[in-house]
Design a protein around this ligand. Structure first.
Ligand code: SAM
Length: 338
């Protein structure tokens, strides 16, 4: 049974730039059963040791500490979070905490065929599902995975009555361009918003010169040329930076809801940033696009006050990411948590 928020769940912190920070994205593992070429560099061997991963209890204690500082929104990610054997324990432990308002999961959907009902029962309201292609060969080339298991998982999740299921597609010139319209049609058929995400230099350097880089603006122009896009400035889904548009096209029975996440080319992208990341090995990361991390694991294991680690991380949030300043990747996305 879920407890109500108590006075212990405090008011939210603001960073040095006046942004309210009340959203924590938690990676529960750096491991993944897929090998997305933009996420995990080929031959990557920098895995965290098992004993360095936060335990289920430590993750739940981290969330409890965060709620005391006014964090209300939580999303579980990885690596692939659903490969963790104790994932249901983690999800229900978080959902039972007073102060937790929303709990979402980001997943590649391959394990949803088995887990979707238990994830829904554990309190999860929203799923973000990565889907870069609907053509099985293209899907395999990008992710190393099998589209069939993804679609099975997606359909199972669809039956479970999650409040929101969003689809995420990373834009990759020369790899999945032919998939955008089929993905939009699929999204409309299933009543799911679809977000197009610009490639970020988290796992490989020099993204702006990378032949695969494709800007959200270019995709926006292409869609405008074949249909009509109208801004839905009023529309917010989840707690992230996507800008939403309704897209109408002769092949669609109803308009698609499309989000654009242009971390590299959208000016003021960071202006509304409201989040911290917690890595699977217990580091708080104030910004995806800057290297500094603050050790929370040490505090959880007896070396200090976890609340101080959260306060320090919020105080260390930079105004903007450094992706455009010759950023050199450190830990890849799979290790930071997407
Ligand atoms: N395994 C889960 C999944 O597939 O969604 C969760 C983790 S994954 C790292 C989360 C998100 O990060 C995915 O939507 C993926 O598209 C995005 N991502 C990973 N590397 C990226 C990169 N270099 N640029 C942009 N997005 C990236």
């Amino acid at each position: 049974m879920r407890r109500q928020a108590s006075e212990r769940s405090g008011t939210a912190l603001s960073d040095s730039f006046g942004r309210t920070v009340d959203y924590l994205r938690i990676s529960v593992t750096d491991r993944c059963n897929e090998r997305c070429l933009y996420c995990m560099p080929e031959g990557y061997k920098g895995w965290a040791q098992k004993e360095d991963h936060l335990t289920a209890d430590e993750i739940i204690r981290s969330v409890a500490a965060a709620t005391e500082l006014g964090f209300r929104k939580f999303r579980i990610t990885g690596g692939e979070p659903l490969i963790r054997r104790d994932i249901i324990e983690i999800l229900s432990g978080i959902w039972e905490l007073p102060g937790v308002q929303t709990l979402g999961v980001s997943t590649n959907a391959t394990h949803l065929g088995d887990l979707a009902p238990r994830i829904r029962q554990a309190g999860v309201r929203s799923l973000n599902i990565s889907l870069d292609a609907l053509n099985p060969e293209i899907y395999h080339r990008i992710t190393g995975g099998r589209l069939e298991s993804v679609l099975k998982g997606l359909h199972k999740a669809h039956e479970q009555g999650f409040e929101v299921i969003k689809l995420n597609c990373v834009l990759l010139r020369g790899l999945n361009e032919c998939q955008y319209l089929p993905l939009i049609e699929f999204a409309v058929r299933h009543g799911m918003p679809l977000r197009f995400i610009e490639l970020m230099p988290v796992s490989t350097a020099g993204i702006m010169d990378d032949p695969r880089f494709l800007s959200v603006e270019e995709v926006f122009q292409r869609l405008s040329a074949i249909g009509s896009l109208s801004a839905r400035e009023d529309f917010r889904l989840g707690h992230g930076p996507a800008r939403y548009y309704e897209f109408s096209h002769e092949r669609l029975k109803s308009p698609a809801m499309i989000g654009f996440i242009g971390a590299m080319t959208t000016t003021h992208f960071c202006a509304t940033c409201n989040k911290l990341r917690l890595t699977a090995d217990g580091k708080l990361r104030p910004c995806l696009g800057r290297h500094g991390e603050i050790d929370l694991r040490g505090s959880l294991r007896g070396g200090g006050d976890p609340l101080d680690a959260f306060r320090e991380a919020v105080a260390n949030k930079p105004e903007n990411h450094e992706f455009l300043q010759a950023y050199e990747p450190g830990r890849p996305m799979t290790a930071i948590g997407g």
